[in-house]
Design a protein around this ligand. Structure first.
Ligand code: ZN
Ligand code: ZN
Length: 411
């Protein structure tokens, strides 16, 4: 099979399994100029699936870097009215979103963190309604990835540029369960079934607290909210359309109690945030809040993430992934959260997903707060799983259950 045919297969998979584009639906594709080839194939596949209209929101990382370098903070904070109108129109039209991520690790090294912070906060404030809409699953959305040359060379430094791009494509396709010979739709259905089985076991236990320990110094107690729901794999939009928010995905995740996290967590993979790689970091929590932290590299970026708002110092997600799982077993450090988070147990700083608590998607912000669900403008996953992670769950009656032994699920 020629490469183009595999990429067409991937595009179809993204449209039909990821977003599950419906006949007559409006579709918005976000793509960087680095990934225009796959964006074009995805547009075609969306029309083949019956989309009414497909719009591509193009961005360019180098243009963004120039803006950070040359614009004033005040100018960066200005959000054009038309861009807000566009997002509103999109919601009104019941559009679904396909986001092709292709980050360039390290591109924003040296940018004044105050500028990135200010522009990020302004954007998040202005588009909060849009984030509410998506995180509440009011329409289908999916995040997928495609390589760019800088990213590929960082992941495969020993290969030349062309080979590195090829290798990264192969790794992405493999992780997404799209191969030359398989039927990815069937593969994905099988995969979702096993994810659902894990969700069911975890939901049946209805744990009060999870206790994570490993040899790197992680010793963390995470209380879960009352009536939490373990999710993972496909989801239903509030309009009843089944979709897969992430391709790939290997995680079972739920909602931590905003004020119930205590102890220390040590990261096991670098975190690419705003174009900077935060490396070798740890966080210490007291009653849910980060009270101390350090990083071997880019501590400043971590600090700026934590300082975003009140909720960015609290957790909004806890996710379990066996060390013995496909992306982890590939041994590739992707330097991209979409992949690295699916190779490792992770936590997210910031906002919780409303669907992780019973009735959450129809709750107001006040009701979610009362349910001890964290609110924030950010949601940033970071990885802390490793090969000797132990997780012990405490049930409501105080009984203990071993969930992970030596890095893997044992329930
Ligand atoms: Zn997650
Ligand atoms: Zn997350």
């Amino acid at each position: 099979m020629a490469k183009i045919e595999v990429l067409e297969k991937y595009a179809k998979h993204v449209v039909e399994v990821g977003a599950n584009v419906q006949k007559g639906q409006f579709v918005s594709v976000s793509s960087s100029t680095e990934t225009k080839e796959i964006a074009r194939l995805i547009v075609k596949a969306a029309y083949n699936a019956g989309a009414k209209r497909v719009e591509v929101q193009w961005s360019d990382n180098y243009v963004a870097r120039s803006s950070y370098d040359s614009m004033s903070i005040e100018a960066l904070e200005e959000i054009p009215e038309w861009s807000i109108e566009k997002a509103k129109y999109f919601i009104k039209e019941n559009g679904c979103i396909i986001n092709i991520t292709s980050p360039i690790p390290g591109l924003n090294a040296g940018v004044d963190p105050k500028k990135m912070q200010a522009s990020g906060v302004a954007r998040m404030r202005a588009f909060k309604f849009y984030q509410d809409h998506m995180m509440g699953n009011h329409a289908q959305w999916t995040v997928v990835a495609a390589p760019n040359s800088v990213w590929a060379k960082k992941v495969f430094p020993d290969l030349n540029e062309g080979e590195a791009i090829e290798a990264l494509w192969d790794a992405i396709l493999q992780a997404s369960r799209v191969t030359e010979t398989n039927d990815p739709i069937e593969e994905w259905a099988k995969h979702n079934k096993s994810m659902l089985a894990h969700n069911k076991v975890l939901n049946d236990y209805n744990f009060d607290t999870l206790h994570f320990t490993n040899s790197l110094g992680t010793d963390l107690h995470v209380k879960l909210v009352e009536n939490h729901i373990w999710a993972g794999g496909g989801e239903d939009s509030s309009k009843g359309v089944y979709f897969n928010p992430n391709i790939p995905t290997e995680e079972n995740f739920t909602m931590p109690h905003k004020y119930g996290v205590n102890g220390k967590v040590v990261s096991t993979k670098p975190l690419n945030y705003q174009g900077n790689l935060i490396e070798d970091f740890w966080l210490e929590f007291k009653d849910g809040k980060v009270v101390d932290f350090d990083a071997g590299k880019n501590k400043e970026t971590l600090n700026s993430l934590l300082e975003t708002d009140e909720g960015s110092k609290y957790l909004g997600e806890v996710a379990l992934i066996s060390y013995d799982s496909p992306i982890s077993n590939s041994g590739i450090l992707f330097l991209n959260t979409l992949f690295d988070e699916n190779a490792s147990c992770h936590l997210a700083l910031g906002r919780a997903y409303p669907m992780n608590v019973v009735g959450g998607t129809t709750m107001t912000e006040e009701e979610l707060k009362k349910a001890n669900s964290n609110q924030s403008m950010v949601h940033v996953d970071f990885m802390f799983g490793n090969e000797d992670m132990q997780i012990e769950g405490t049930l409501k009656d105080g009984k203990k259950v071993t969930i992970f032994k030596d890095g893997d699920f044992v329930i």
